[in-house]
Ligand binder design. Structure first.
Ligand code: PLP
Length: 407
Protein backbone atom coordinates (compact mmCIF):
# COMPACT_ATOMS: atom_id res chain seq x y z
CA UNK A 1 0.00 0.00 0.00
CA UNK A 2 1.52 3.33 -0.94
CA UNK A 3 2.35 5.77 1.77
CA UNK A 4 0.47 8.83 0.62
CA UNK A 5 -2.61 8.16 2.67
CA UNK A 6 -0.81 6.92 5.77
CA UNK A 7 -1.53 8.94 8.84
CA UNK A 8 1.45 10.30 10.83
CA UNK A 9 3.17 7.67 12.97
CA UNK A 10 2.25 9.09 16.32
CA UNK A 11 -1.41 8.41 15.71
CA UNK A 12 -1.11 4.98 14.12
CA UNK A 13 -2.22 2.26 16.48
CA UNK A 14 -2.98 -1.44 16.51
CA UNK A 15 -4.78 -2.57 13.36
CA UNK A 16 -6.06 -5.69 15.08
CA UNK A 17 -8.52 -3.82 17.22
CA UNK A 18 -11.29 -6.00 15.90
CA UNK A 19 -13.31 -6.22 19.04
CA UNK A 20 -12.85 -2.72 20.31
CA UNK A 21 -15.09 0.06 19.23
CA UNK A 22 -13.42 3.29 19.92
CA UNK A 23 -10.70 5.06 21.78
CA UNK A 24 -13.53 5.88 24.16
CA UNK A 25 -15.18 2.73 25.60
CA UNK A 26 -18.19 4.74 26.72
CA UNK A 27 -19.15 5.25 23.07
CA UNK A 28 -21.74 2.60 22.19
CA UNK A 29 -21.39 0.25 19.24
CA UNK A 30 -23.67 1.12 16.35
CA UNK A 31 -25.69 -1.95 15.43
CA UNK A 32 -27.16 0.04 12.59
CA UNK A 33 -26.63 -0.44 8.87
CA UNK A 34 -24.63 2.73 8.30
CA UNK A 35 -23.40 4.91 9.76
CA UNK A 36 -21.81 2.01 11.55
CA UNK A 37 -18.98 1.31 13.95
CA UNK A 38 -15.65 2.03 12.27
CA UNK A 39 -12.18 1.08 13.42
CA UNK A 40 -9.99 3.50 15.33
CA UNK A 41 -7.56 3.49 12.46
CA UNK A 42 -10.28 4.58 10.04
CA UNK A 43 -11.39 7.38 12.36
CA UNK A 44 -7.82 8.54 12.91
CA UNK A 45 -7.14 8.74 9.18
CA UNK A 46 -9.26 11.89 9.23
CA UNK A 47 -6.79 13.86 11.35
CA UNK A 48 -5.09 15.54 8.43
CA UNK A 49 -6.17 18.01 5.79
CA UNK A 50 -5.91 17.46 2.06
CA UNK A 51 -5.96 19.83 -0.90
CA UNK A 52 -8.65 18.54 -3.23
CA UNK A 53 -6.72 19.38 -6.42
CA UNK A 54 -3.36 18.29 -5.07
CA UNK A 55 -1.55 15.34 -6.69
CA UNK A 56 -1.69 13.27 -3.53
CA UNK A 57 -5.45 13.54 -3.22
CA UNK A 58 -5.94 12.86 -6.91
CA UNK A 59 -3.80 9.73 -6.59
CA UNK A 60 -5.92 8.71 -3.64
CA UNK A 61 -9.10 9.06 -5.69
CA UNK A 62 -7.62 7.03 -8.55
CA UNK A 63 -6.42 4.32 -6.20
CA UNK A 64 -9.82 4.15 -4.52
CA UNK A 65 -11.61 3.75 -7.86
CA UNK A 66 -9.24 0.93 -8.81
CA UNK A 67 -9.69 -0.91 -5.55
CA UNK A 68 -13.47 -0.74 -5.80
CA UNK A 69 -13.40 -1.93 -9.40
CA UNK A 70 -11.16 -4.83 -8.42
CA UNK A 71 -14.00 -6.18 -6.27
CA UNK A 72 -16.20 -6.96 -9.29
CA UNK A 73 -13.44 -8.87 -11.09
CA UNK A 74 -13.99 -7.11 -14.43
CA UNK A 75 -11.45 -8.99 -16.55
CA UNK A 76 -12.69 -7.49 -19.81
CA UNK A 77 -12.18 -3.96 -18.51
CA UNK A 78 -15.73 -2.96 -19.41
CA UNK A 79 -16.62 -1.16 -16.19
CA UNK A 80 -15.59 2.02 -14.45
CA UNK A 81 -16.14 3.37 -10.94
CA UNK A 82 -17.17 6.93 -10.16
CA UNK A 83 -17.57 8.34 -6.65
CA UNK A 84 -20.16 11.03 -5.98
CA UNK A 85 -20.58 13.36 -2.98
CA UNK A 86 -23.58 12.87 -0.70
CA UNK A 87 -25.34 10.06 1.11
CA UNK A 88 -26.36 6.86 -0.66
CA UNK A 89 -29.70 8.24 -1.79
CA UNK A 90 -27.95 11.07 -3.69
CA UNK A 91 -25.97 8.50 -5.62
CA UNK A 92 -29.00 6.30 -6.36
CA UNK A 93 -30.66 9.42 -7.74
CA UNK A 94 -27.55 10.23 -9.78
CA UNK A 95 -27.57 6.71 -11.23
CA UNK A 96 -31.27 6.80 -12.13
CA UNK A 97 -31.10 10.29 -13.66
CA UNK A 98 -27.98 9.47 -15.66
CA UNK A 99 -28.55 5.91 -16.85
CA UNK A 100 -32.29 5.90 -17.53
CA UNK A 101 -33.10 7.63 -20.82
CA UNK A 102 -35.93 10.14 -20.68
CA UNK A 103 -38.12 7.77 -22.71
CA UNK A 104 -37.25 4.67 -20.66
CA UNK A 105 -39.68 2.65 -18.59
CA UNK A 106 -38.40 0.98 -15.45
CA UNK A 107 -39.70 -1.97 -13.49
CA UNK A 108 -38.98 -1.33 -9.79
CA UNK A 109 -38.83 -4.43 -7.59
CA UNK A 110 -39.80 -3.22 -4.14
CA UNK A 111 -40.01 -5.05 -0.84
CA UNK A 112 -39.35 -2.33 1.65
CA UNK A 113 -38.47 1.31 2.17
CA UNK A 114 -35.49 1.47 -0.17
CA UNK A 115 -37.37 0.00 -3.14
CA UNK A 116 -40.18 2.47 -2.48
CA UNK A 117 -37.66 5.30 -2.33
CA UNK A 118 -36.43 4.34 -5.80
CA UNK A 119 -39.99 4.53 -7.16
CA UNK A 120 -40.41 7.92 -5.46
CA UNK A 121 -37.17 9.14 -7.02
CA UNK A 122 -38.40 8.07 -10.47
CA UNK A 123 -41.58 10.07 -9.87
CA UNK A 124 -39.46 13.14 -9.05
CA UNK A 125 -37.37 12.50 -12.16
CA UNK A 126 -40.50 12.02 -14.28
CA UNK A 127 -39.26 8.66 -15.53
CA UNK A 128 -41.99 6.21 -16.44
CA UNK A 129 -42.07 3.20 -14.13
CA UNK A 130 -44.11 0.32 -12.76
CA UNK A 131 -43.63 -1.32 -9.38
CA UNK A 132 -43.90 -4.89 -8.17
CA UNK A 133 -44.41 -4.36 -4.45
CA UNK A 134 -43.90 -7.48 -2.34
CA UNK A 135 -44.59 -5.85 1.03
CA UNK A 136 -42.25 -6.37 3.95
CA UNK A 137 -41.66 -10.09 4.01
CA UNK A 138 -41.16 -11.48 0.56
CA UNK A 139 -38.49 -11.35 -2.15
CA UNK A 140 -39.35 -10.57 -5.78
CA UNK A 141 -38.89 -13.78 -7.76
CA UNK A 142 -37.73 -14.52 -11.29
CA UNK A 143 -41.05 -15.91 -12.56
CA UNK A 144 -43.08 -12.78 -11.74
CA UNK A 145 -40.39 -10.53 -13.21
CA UNK A 146 -40.36 -12.65 -16.35
CA UNK A 147 -44.16 -12.44 -16.68
CA UNK A 148 -44.22 -8.67 -16.15
CA UNK A 149 -41.51 -8.14 -18.75
CA UNK A 150 -43.27 -10.42 -21.24
CA UNK A 151 -46.56 -8.54 -20.76
CA UNK A 152 -45.05 -5.07 -21.07
CA UNK A 153 -42.61 -4.68 -23.96
CA UNK A 154 -42.23 -0.96 -23.15
CA UNK A 155 -40.16 -1.79 -20.06
CA UNK A 156 -36.49 -1.12 -20.80
CA UNK A 157 -34.88 -1.40 -17.35
CA UNK A 158 -35.31 -3.27 -14.09
CA UNK A 159 -33.98 -2.09 -10.74
CA UNK A 160 -33.66 -4.25 -7.66
CA UNK A 161 -32.40 -3.66 -4.11
CA UNK A 162 -29.71 -6.22 -3.26
CA UNK A 163 -30.18 -6.34 0.50
CA UNK A 164 -33.41 -4.51 1.42
CA UNK A 165 -32.09 -2.96 4.60
CA UNK A 166 -35.53 -2.10 5.99
CA UNK A 167 -36.29 -5.77 6.70
CA UNK A 168 -32.87 -7.35 6.15
CA UNK A 169 -34.05 -9.51 3.27
CA UNK A 170 -31.39 -10.66 0.82
CA UNK A 171 -33.04 -10.53 -2.59
CA UNK A 172 -32.29 -13.23 -5.20
CA UNK A 173 -30.55 -10.94 -7.67
CA UNK A 174 -28.91 -13.76 -9.67
CA UNK A 175 -32.20 -15.31 -10.81
CA UNK A 176 -33.61 -11.83 -11.47
CA UNK A 177 -30.60 -10.87 -13.58
CA UNK A 178 -31.03 -14.01 -15.66
CA UNK A 179 -34.63 -13.31 -16.63
CA UNK A 180 -33.96 -9.59 -17.18
CA UNK A 181 -31.23 -10.26 -19.75
CA UNK A 182 -33.06 -13.24 -21.27
CA UNK A 183 -35.85 -10.72 -22.00
CA UNK A 184 -33.35 -8.25 -23.48
CA UNK A 185 -33.69 -5.60 -20.75
CA UNK A 186 -31.09 -3.94 -18.51
CA UNK A 187 -30.53 -4.36 -14.77
CA UNK A 188 -29.50 -1.75 -12.20
CA UNK A 189 -28.79 -2.80 -8.60
CA UNK A 190 -28.98 -0.81 -5.35
CA UNK A 191 -26.28 -2.77 -3.55
CA UNK A 192 -25.82 -0.07 -0.95
CA UNK A 193 -25.83 -2.34 2.09
CA UNK A 194 -24.33 -5.44 0.44
CA UNK A 195 -21.40 -4.37 -1.74
CA UNK A 196 -18.09 -5.33 -0.17
CA UNK A 197 -19.59 -8.21 1.82
CA UNK A 198 -21.58 -10.07 -0.84
CA UNK A 199 -19.98 -10.93 -4.17
CA UNK A 200 -21.07 -9.06 -7.29
CA UNK A 201 -18.52 -10.38 -9.77
CA UNK A 202 -19.41 -9.56 -13.36
CA UNK A 203 -18.49 -13.01 -14.65
CA UNK A 204 -21.11 -14.49 -12.29
CA UNK A 205 -23.94 -11.98 -12.50
CA UNK A 206 -24.88 -9.58 -15.27
CA UNK A 207 -25.82 -5.92 -14.64
CA UNK A 208 -25.26 -2.47 -16.11
CA UNK A 209 -24.61 -0.63 -12.88
CA UNK A 210 -24.49 -0.98 -9.12
CA UNK A 211 -24.44 1.67 -6.44
CA UNK A 212 -23.09 1.64 -2.88
CA UNK A 213 -21.69 4.08 -0.35
CA UNK A 214 -18.74 4.68 1.95
CA UNK A 215 -20.49 3.94 5.23
CA UNK A 216 -21.80 0.42 4.73
CA UNK A 217 -19.86 -2.84 4.27
CA UNK A 218 -16.51 -1.23 3.47
CA UNK A 219 -16.81 0.34 6.95
CA UNK A 220 -15.96 3.93 6.13
CA UNK A 221 -17.61 7.07 7.47
CA UNK A 222 -20.53 8.76 5.66
CA UNK A 223 -20.00 11.40 2.98
CA UNK A 224 -20.01 9.88 -0.48
CA UNK A 225 -21.25 6.98 -2.56
CA UNK A 226 -20.01 5.36 -5.74
CA UNK A 227 -21.40 3.89 -8.92
CA UNK A 228 -19.76 1.00 -10.72
CA UNK A 229 -21.14 0.76 -14.23
CA UNK A 230 -20.31 -0.19 -17.79
CA UNK A 231 -18.25 2.49 -19.49
CA UNK A 232 -20.84 2.42 -22.27
CA UNK A 233 -23.48 3.52 -19.72
CA UNK A 234 -21.35 6.48 -18.55
CA UNK A 235 -20.81 7.43 -22.18
CA UNK A 236 -24.48 7.20 -23.10
CA UNK A 237 -25.44 9.33 -20.09
CA UNK A 238 -24.11 12.53 -21.63
CA UNK A 239 -26.67 15.33 -21.38
CA UNK A 240 -29.30 13.16 -19.72
CA UNK A 241 -29.25 14.23 -16.09
CA UNK A 242 -31.68 16.92 -14.93
CA UNK A 243 -29.15 17.84 -12.25
CA UNK A 244 -25.80 19.58 -12.60
CA UNK A 245 -24.34 18.22 -9.37
CA UNK A 246 -25.66 14.65 -9.80
CA UNK A 247 -24.60 14.27 -13.44
CA UNK A 248 -22.63 11.01 -13.51
CA UNK A 249 -21.41 11.48 -17.06
CA UNK A 250 -19.89 14.84 -16.14
CA UNK A 251 -18.32 13.48 -12.94
CA UNK A 252 -16.89 10.51 -14.86
CA UNK A 253 -15.60 12.59 -17.73
CA UNK A 254 -13.97 15.22 -15.50
CA UNK A 255 -12.47 12.63 -13.19
CA UNK A 256 -10.97 10.70 -16.09
CA UNK A 257 -9.56 13.86 -17.66
CA UNK A 258 -8.28 15.69 -14.57
CA UNK A 259 -8.31 13.17 -11.71
CA UNK A 260 -10.50 15.57 -9.77
CA UNK A 261 -14.00 15.53 -8.37
CA UNK A 262 -16.04 18.31 -10.00
CA UNK A 263 -17.01 20.00 -6.75
CA UNK A 264 -15.49 19.94 -3.25
CA UNK A 265 -14.90 16.29 -2.34
CA UNK A 266 -15.26 15.04 1.25
CA UNK A 267 -11.48 14.81 1.56
CA UNK A 268 -11.30 13.48 5.12
CA UNK A 269 -13.98 10.91 4.37
CA UNK A 270 -12.01 9.69 1.36
CA UNK A 271 -8.86 9.41 3.49
CA UNK A 272 -10.80 7.38 6.06
CA UNK A 273 -12.21 5.23 3.27
CA UNK A 274 -8.68 4.40 2.04
CA UNK A 275 -7.91 3.04 5.51
CA UNK A 276 -11.18 1.13 5.51
CA UNK A 277 -10.30 -0.36 2.11
CA UNK A 278 -6.85 -1.38 3.35
CA UNK A 279 -8.47 -3.17 6.28
CA UNK A 280 -11.03 -4.79 3.97
CA UNK A 281 -8.20 -6.19 1.89
CA UNK A 282 -6.16 -7.20 4.93
CA UNK A 283 -9.16 -9.12 6.28
CA UNK A 284 -9.34 -11.10 3.03
CA UNK A 285 -11.64 -9.06 0.80
CA UNK A 286 -15.31 -9.57 0.04
CA UNK A 287 -15.47 -13.26 1.00
CA UNK A 288 -13.85 -12.77 4.41
CA UNK A 289 -15.90 -9.66 5.16
CA UNK A 290 -19.09 -11.54 4.27
CA UNK A 291 -18.05 -14.52 6.39
CA UNK A 292 -17.45 -12.34 9.46
CA UNK A 293 -20.85 -10.69 9.06
CA UNK A 294 -22.57 -14.06 8.56
CA UNK A 295 -20.92 -15.33 11.72
CA UNK A 296 -22.02 -12.16 13.56
CA UNK A 297 -25.58 -12.84 12.41
CA UNK A 298 -25.52 -16.54 13.34
CA UNK A 299 -24.21 -15.92 16.85
CA UNK A 300 -26.62 -13.05 17.44
CA UNK A 301 -29.72 -14.77 15.99
CA UNK A 302 -29.07 -17.99 17.91
CA UNK A 303 -28.70 -16.04 21.17
CA UNK A 304 -31.80 -13.93 20.57
CA UNK A 305 -33.85 -17.04 19.70
CA UNK A 306 -32.73 -18.60 22.99
CA UNK A 307 -34.33 -15.59 24.69
CA UNK A 308 -37.59 -16.25 22.82
CA UNK A 309 -37.22 -13.61 20.09
CA UNK A 310 -38.31 -14.53 16.57
CA UNK A 311 -36.97 -13.24 13.29
CA UNK A 312 -39.33 -11.75 10.75
CA UNK A 313 -37.77 -13.76 7.95
CA UNK A 314 -37.14 -17.43 7.39
CA UNK A 315 -33.48 -18.41 7.59
CA UNK A 316 -33.22 -18.66 3.82
CA UNK A 317 -33.79 -14.92 3.35
CA UNK A 318 -31.88 -13.66 6.40
CA UNK A 319 -29.09 -11.40 5.20
CA UNK A 320 -25.76 -11.16 7.00
CA UNK A 321 -26.33 -7.39 7.06
CA UNK A 322 -29.24 -6.70 9.41
CA UNK A 323 -31.92 -8.81 11.10
CA UNK A 324 -35.49 -7.82 12.01
CA UNK A 325 -37.05 -9.23 15.19
CA UNK A 326 -40.66 -9.02 16.32
CA UNK A 327 -41.27 -7.10 19.53
CA UNK A 328 -42.18 -9.52 22.35
CA UNK A 329 -45.86 -10.01 23.23
CA UNK A 330 -45.30 -9.48 26.97
CA UNK A 331 -47.04 -6.23 27.91
CA UNK A 332 -44.11 -5.26 30.14
CA UNK A 333 -42.02 -4.92 26.98
CA UNK A 334 -41.63 -1.34 25.83
CA UNK A 335 -39.38 -0.60 22.86
CA UNK A 336 -38.28 2.81 24.08
CA UNK A 337 -37.14 1.36 27.43
CA UNK A 338 -35.50 -1.58 25.67
CA UNK A 339 -33.63 0.85 23.40
CA UNK A 340 -32.40 2.91 26.36
CA UNK A 341 -31.30 -0.17 28.31
CA UNK A 342 -29.46 -1.53 25.26
CA UNK A 343 -27.75 1.82 24.85
CA UNK A 344 -26.70 1.84 28.49
CA UNK A 345 -25.37 -1.68 27.86
CA UNK A 346 -23.21 -0.29 25.04
CA UNK A 347 -25.31 -0.90 21.94
CA UNK A 348 -27.38 1.31 19.70
CA UNK A 349 -30.06 -0.74 17.95
CA UNK A 350 -32.48 0.27 15.24
CA UNK A 351 -36.26 0.63 15.36
CA UNK A 352 -38.28 -1.47 12.92
CA UNK A 353 -39.72 -0.19 9.67
CA UNK A 354 -42.56 -2.65 9.16
CA UNK A 355 -46.12 -1.66 8.40
CA UNK A 356 -48.05 -4.52 9.97
CA UNK A 357 -46.35 -5.54 13.22
CA UNK A 358 -44.00 -3.91 15.74
CA UNK A 359 -40.38 -4.84 15.31
CA UNK A 360 -36.80 -3.75 15.80
CA UNK A 361 -33.59 -4.42 13.95
CA UNK A 362 -30.04 -5.37 14.87
CA UNK A 363 -27.25 -4.80 12.37
CA UNK A 364 -24.42 -7.30 11.90
CA UNK A 365 -22.09 -5.01 9.94
CA UNK A 366 -19.33 -2.70 11.09
CA UNK A 367 -16.07 -3.12 12.94
CA UNK A 368 -17.32 -5.81 15.31
CA UNK A 369 -17.11 -9.55 15.68
CA UNK A 370 -18.96 -12.48 17.25
CA UNK A 371 -17.61 -11.67 20.73
CA UNK A 372 -19.37 -8.35 20.47
CA UNK A 373 -22.51 -10.12 19.25
CA UNK A 374 -22.47 -12.35 22.34
CA UNK A 375 -22.35 -9.21 24.48
CA UNK A 376 -25.32 -7.86 22.49
CA UNK A 377 -27.36 -10.94 23.39
CA UNK A 378 -26.32 -10.59 27.04
CA UNK A 379 -27.36 -6.93 27.00
CA UNK A 380 -30.75 -7.93 25.55
CA UNK A 381 -31.18 -10.58 28.25
CA UNK A 382 -30.31 -8.02 30.96
CA UNK A 383 -32.71 -5.47 29.46
CA UNK A 384 -35.59 -7.96 29.41
CA UNK A 385 -34.88 -8.85 33.02
CA UNK A 386 -34.90 -5.20 34.09
CA UNK A 387 -38.24 -4.69 32.35
CA UNK A 388 -39.63 -7.83 34.00
CA UNK A 389 -40.22 -9.56 30.66
CA UNK A 390 -40.04 -13.32 31.22
CA UNK A 391 -39.99 -14.39 27.59
CA UNK A 392 -39.45 -12.53 24.33
CA UNK A 393 -41.95 -14.63 22.37
CA UNK A 394 -43.80 -12.44 19.83
CA UNK A 395 -47.58 -11.96 19.78
CA UNK A 396 -49.61 -14.66 18.06
CA UNK A 397 -50.91 -11.96 15.70
CA UNK A 398 -47.43 -11.34 14.29
CA UNK A 399 -46.89 -15.03 13.65
CA UNK A 400 -50.30 -15.49 12.04
CA UNK A 401 -49.74 -12.47 9.80
CA UNK A 402 -46.41 -13.84 8.76
CA UNK A 403 -47.79 -17.32 8.12
CA UNK A 404 -50.59 -15.85 6.01
CA UNK A 405 -48.18 -13.87 3.88
CA UNK A 406 -45.80 -16.76 3.45
CA UNK A 407 -48.55 -19.21 2.50
C1 PLP B 1 -28.33 2.92 3.24
C2 PLP B 1 -29.10 2.58 2.04
C3 PLP B 1 -29.41 3.54 1.05
C4 PLP B 1 -28.99 4.98 1.16
O1 PLP B 1 -29.44 5.61 2.29
P1 PLP B 1 -28.79 6.99 2.74
O2 PLP B 1 -29.47 7.26 4.04
O3 PLP B 1 -29.10 8.00 1.72
O4 PLP B 1 -27.31 6.76 2.86
C5 PLP B 1 -30.06 3.13 -0.09
N1 PLP B 1 -30.42 1.84 -0.26
C6 PLP B 1 -30.16 0.90 0.66
C7 PLP B 1 -30.59 -0.51 0.40
C8 PLP B 1 -29.50 1.23 1.84
O5 PLP B 1 -29.23 0.29 2.76
Amino acid sequence: MSAFFDVPNDIVFDLNDNASNSCDPSVPYLLTPGPLTTSDKTKRAMLRDWGSWDDEFRAMTANMRQQLLAMINDKKNEFDCVPMQGSGTFVVEAMLASFLPRNSKTLVLANGAYGQRIAQTLTYLKRQHVVIDKGDYLPPRADEVQTTLANDPAITHVIVVHCETSSGILNPIEEISEVVYAAGRKLLIDSMSAFGAIALEVNKIRYEAIVSSANKCIEGVPGFGFVIAKKSEFEAAKGRSHSLSLDLHAQWDTMNKTGQWRFTPPTHVVAAFMQALAQHQEEGGVAARGARYANNRDVMVAGMRDLGFETLLKDRWLSPIIVTFFNPADEKFDFHTFYQLMKEGGFIIYPGKLTIVDSFRIGCIGHLDSNVMQQVVQAAADALKKMGVASAVPPQKALTERAKLLA
